[in-house]
Design a protein around this ligand. Structure first.
Ligand code: AMP
Length: 278
């Protein structure tokens, strides 16, 4: 497995890859969710590239950029085991040299849901993903449904900016109690970790209510809110029932509905989602 730290070195390695290239962009501190993306990329492509880059542009000024967990040696060992061919591991100045001032903004979609709670987040995400697409030039790029809004925004960016690649969306990988795997789960104290299962429990409640015929978004939102508020360490940020493509809030459920939420446990902010009507 090649590990390339500069854009020039990566481009050189890329030129030697013939056939299809599957790409898995990550911020490192890898877990089974990331590994699942790598496995799917391995199964469908001649070559697999992963990137590890904690992207400062997608963190707000009071968020956890400095504290974000990092362990590149462990990450590289995991990627090697999955049969990844090359890892792009750039230092900060390689991606954002002094004076870099061009950003990608997927308007409208970026301001909703996560974007309302985290202004500028998706501008940072879209910018770094566009740069990575230009550097890696993948045939297919793999993203997790765990970050549902990110998927919608990247798909729109790729279409609007004519990136010649396919976006592949992979299901959310969960812990046995339903908690979605996340690099940020390491921040949780044992009591918070136990309570964090409430996110998925509340999404399952939404699923049950909709299966039993409930169509009123506010009734489902209220039931989910009660469940989360009953969890001592949880502090609800938002619950959304939205159209899965436009991300517009729905009053009445018709067809597919993206149910998503963000919940704080202490300083740790967790997100999760399910799609109803699939
Ligand atoms: P991150 O390193 O958190 O930026 O995530 C890199 C990629 O892995 C993104 O496409 C995420 O959506 C995806 N991912 C993160 N957690 C999970 C999970 N639990 N299941 C599936 N995909 C995930």
């Amino acid at each position: 497995m090649q590990v390339l730290e500069s854009i020039a070195a990566f481009r050189q390695a890329r030129r030697a890859m013939t056939g299809s290239v599957g790409f898995v962009p990550t911020m490192g501190y890898l877990h089974e969710g990331h590994m699942e993306l790598a496995r799917r990329a391995r199964a469908a492509n001649d070559h697999v590239v992963a990137s590890i880059f904690v992207n400062p542009a997608q963190f707000g000024p009071h968020e956890d950029f400095a504290a974000y967990p990092r362990d590149p040696d462990r990450d590289l060992a995991m990627l090697k085991k999955e049969g990844v061919d090359a890892v792009f591991l750039p230092p900060l100045a390689e991606m954002y040299p002094p004076g870099a001032c061009t950003f990608v903004n997927v308007e409208g979609l970026s301001q909703k849901l996560e974007g309302a709670s985290r202004p500028g987040h998706f501008r940072g995400v879209a910018t770094v993903v566009a740069k990575l697409f230009n550097i890696v030039q993948p045939t297919r790029a793999y993203f997790g449904q765990k970050d549902a809004q990110q998927v919608v925004i990247i798909q729109k960016m790729a279409a609007d900016l004519d990136f010649p690649l396919e976006i592949v969306v992979c299901p959310t990988v969960r812990e046995p109690d339903g908690l979605a795997m996340s690099s940020r789960n390491v921040y949780l104290s044992p009591a918070e970790r136990k309570g964090a299962a409430v996110l998925y429990r509340s999404l399952c409640l939404a699923q049950e209510m909709s299966q039993q015929g409930e169509r009123r978004a506010n009734v489902i939102r209220q039931a989910m809110t009660r469940l989360i508020e009953a969890e001592p360490r949880a502090r609800l940020d938002y619950i959304s029932l939205a159209h899965p493509q436009t991300l517009d809030e729905l009053d009445t459920l018709e067809g597919r509905t993206l149910v998503s939420l963000a919940v704080f446990f202490g300083k740790t902010r967790l997100i999760d989602n399910v799609v109803l009507g699939e």
